[in-house]
Write a protein that binds this ligand. Structure first.
Ligand code: ADP
Ligand code: MG
Length: 727
């Protein structure tokens, strides 16, 4: 008997018709952000005076009074209903990593019982979704399970469309009754103002005109696509978003023929649809291309203010999934869907920009401004050196463990690559003449000679987890599923802290009566020396670097339970509390959510794998083994010598060995899970990592050896060659 599930799936793929593009009329610039309640929509739906007042309030971070909130809500509803929306929702980002929303209708009954459409300030500003089923890490006990969503006016409301149904979505933060953060957004917003406060003051050393500074983020989203039928035939993809077993196909990415290759037609239609929907929602996606692995792609937008960029990435991940289904495809956002080919990351390009239009990490052309660049540049390096462990922890997860620390790009050791030119500049400042007034002049001359790095952007190191790329830092260790708010919050916070120290350090030196430039350079010089250990220009994959990094005192946390410990340390706690990004209680709660999430992911994977092993792998193996055994008996009965059936007999025995090993490992895995589940959250996660995970690898190893041994028609699970190469 052959296995129908897999073969039917293959047939479905072969018979798949292209799904036509949903036509969008006109140029992108004509429909961009048409579903966003942004500036344009506000102007047409509000009186100019009120519009101005609201803008001023938002810019100053002032709370809106009740009347104003009512007015905005009414304008929003009018706009949304003109666009065909019937419902509204508070849209938020709980610590699950996905977005959540609760829909309510505009429709209601007034006091006389007449049907009306209504949306008032109260409904806009605050809601109480039943929060008890979102992770809270102990911030709420279930009896006081209330979570509240509160409007974030710095990110515009938008209309989300699902099969023709339109909902007005209001971006919100998600907090407990006592105001503690249950989401990624509130800490991000707090880190943003903490950074801004210090950055403005530092800017004012160079330019009095600067009144506002914000962090900028441009993410690059990598993902895999595959046909829905193949996806549905793999329990591991359905349950875990990644393959838990599967023998590498003879061809993977070694020919390098996928990267920047031509995009297959079906995928192209998907990308076009995704881009159109993104553009309508104001997500400025701009570049698309194939990635290194087969069926792997990337999408990147123009960078934006960090809060909006985070929302846009979360929204995009949701869109990616929905639109893939429309095309009978499935998108895999997991960091490592397939063994043996590249995983997916989400590079976070980060910088800071002023309201005077300056990118603070751009060396620019004006030498006099370079001291400002150098200040922000070196302060960032120093901050990362000081808080590398926290940054590492911010991007850790069960799925990202397959990249960081698993011989995959980039490694788990945090280091910074800055390129040859800037290395030379920093070395010259560090080793050059003492910083008296002539020394300062010399350094300024040197700075004047920094070439335009933005144009000459060839100086790259693809192996670094944190790289300076001309006018921004690129955090490469972030994984494809991460909520960008997690690393962005930490980066904003640690740089905010460092800039505060910088100001203090400069002031202390100025007390000696030296010039401002001299004081600044003296501090910069000191920072360069103090943070030197984090800078590394070589090959981050090499064994030699691991040893060198250990000598330099840089940590190498290869798994989530050990990486997450950074949140529990005193150093992190002090910073979170001082910056008000998280209170001590919130840190512990967030840690709890993350560590539990790790355990749950491994638990689900381990259970799914055991089921697949027993339900799909072993039956196929046994069936083939039976055929072989019958064959051996038949040949023996014919009176043929051992030579005639030696090969078959050998296969029977080898299959038996693998069957035994798989069964044993599955039983052991169950036992280890039971033991681990008795422990408290941290110990439990460690037990899953150290005792359960290795057994999953044993199961996989044996299953993957069986796969090529067994009659292809009996194998129940779509194989790598089908998952990665059928289209
Ligand atoms: P790649 O890293 O693939 O070579 P680019 O360097 O062109 O690509 O840009 C990658 C991302 O960096 C894009 O999303 C872009 O918008 C973003 N980016 C460019 N400048 C900045 C900046 N000043 N701040 C934040 N992100 C930026
Ligand atoms: Mg990049």
């Amino acid at each position: 008997m052959s296995n129908d599930i897999r073969l039917d799936a293959i047939k479905s793929v072969q018979n798949r018709q292209n799904i036509p593009l949903e036509k969008v009329e006109g140029k992108i610039s004509e429909f961009f952000a048409c579903n966003v309640f942004g500036d344009q929509a506000m102007k047409t739906h509000m009186a100019p005076k009120v519009y101005k007042k609201i803008q001023q309030n938002i810019a100053k971070g002032k709370t809106l009074d009740r009347d104003l909130a009512d007015y905005i809500a009414e304008a929003m509803r009018n706009w949304a209903m003109e666009k065909g929306a019937t419902h509204y929702a508070h849209w938020f980002q709980p610590l699950t990593g996905h977005t959540a929303e609760k829909h309510d209708s505009f429709f209601t009954l007034d006091s006389s019982g007449a049907a009306i459409e209504k949306f008032n300030g109260d409904a806009l500003v605050q809601q109480e979704p039943d929060g008890s089923s979102f992770p809270g890490g102990g911030l709420r006990s279930t009896f006081e399970a209330r979570g509240y969503t509160a409007w974030d006016p710095t990110s515009p409301a938008f209309i989300f469309e699902v099969s023709g149904e339109k909902t007005l979505c209001v971006p919100t933060i998600f907090v407990t009754y006592g105001g503690q953060a249950l989401d990624y957004k509130l800490p991000l917003l707090k880190s943003q103002s903490y950074l801004e406060e210090a950055a403005i003051e530092v800017c004012n050393l160079f330019d009095e005109q600067v009144n506002k500074v914000h962090a900028t983020l441009g993410w690059e989203q990598e993902y895999f696509l595959l046909d829905e039928a193949l996806y549905n035939a793999r329990p591991d993809l359905i349950m875990c978003d990644r393959t838990l077993l599967g023998k590498y196909a003879p061809k993977g990415q070694q020919l390098d023929d996928h990267y920047f290759g031509s995009i297959p037609e079906r995928v192209y239609a998907y990308m076009r649809d995704l881009e159109n929907e993104s553009h309508k929602l104001g997500i400025p996606v701009r570049t698309r291309h194939n990635e290194v692995a087969p069926c792997q792609y990337e999408l990147a937008p123009i960078f934006e203010e960090v809060n909006v960029a985070v929302d846009h990435n979360q929204l995009l991940m949701d869109l990616m999934d929905r639109i893939a289904r429309r095309h009978k495809l499935r998108v895999l956002l997991h960091e490592k869907p397939y063994a043996g080919v590249n995983g997916s990351g989400k590079h976070n390009n980060w910088s800071m920009a002023t309201d005077t239009g300056v990118n603070l990490l751009s060396p620019g052309k004006d030498p006099a401004k370079n001291l400002q660049f150098l200040t922000f540049f070196v302060s960032t390096i120093k901050a990362v050196h000081q808080y590398a462990d926290l940054l590492r922890a911010s991007v850790t997860s069960a799925s990202n463990d397959h990249r960081l620390g698993a011989n995959e790009a980039p490694p788990a050791i945090i280091s910074i690559f800055i390129g040859e030119t800037l290395t030379r500049v920093l070395n010259e400042i560090e080793e050059g003449t003492p910083l008296n007034s002539t020394g300062v002049k010399e350094v300024m001359k040197l700075l004047g000679k920094i070439p335009n790095l933005e144009q000459d952007n060839t100086d790259r190191n693809r192996t670094s987890p944190f790289a300076f790329t001309g006018n921004k830092f690129e955090i490469r260790m972030a994984g494809s599923t991460v909520n960008c708010a997690a690393p962005m919050t930490v980066l904003n916070m640690i740089v905010g802290k460092q800039l505060r120290s910088f100001l203090q350090d400069v002031r202390i030196i100025e007390l000696d009566g030296v010039s401002k430039d001299q004081a600044i350079l003296t501090v910069i010089k000191r920072y360069i020396t103090e943070s030197k250990a984090i800078r590394f220009e070589g090959d981050n994959y090499s064994e030699a670097w691991k040893e060198e990094a250990a000598r330099r005192g840089l940590n190498n946390f290869v798994d989530t339970p050990s990486a997450l410990d950074a949140y529990l340390g005193e150093k992190a706690c002090e910073l979170f509390v001082e910056s008000r990004v998280l209170s001590e209680r919130e840190i512990h709660a967030h840690y709890e959510v993350r560590i539990e999430n790790y355990t749950l992911k491994l638990q689900i994977e381990s259970r799914t794998l055991a089921e697949m092993a027993m339900n799909q792998v072993l039956p196929a193996a046994v069936q083939y083994q039976n055929t072989l055994a019958e064959n051996v008996l038949n040949l023996k009965n014919l009176g043929l010598g051992e030579d005639a059936y030696a090969a078959q007999l050998d296969l029977v025995q080898r299959i038996a060995k693998h069957i035994n090993a798989i069964k044993d490992a599955c039983y052991k895995m169950k036992k280890e899970r039971d033991l681990a589940n008795e422990l408290d959250s941290r110990e439990c996660a460690i037990a899953y990592c150290q005792n359960v995970k290795p057994l999953m690898e044993v199961v996989r190893e044996h299953a993957d050896e069986l796969e090529p041994m067994i009659d292809d028609r009996l194998w129940a699970l779509p194989k790598y060659r089908e998952l990665l190469f059928l289209r």
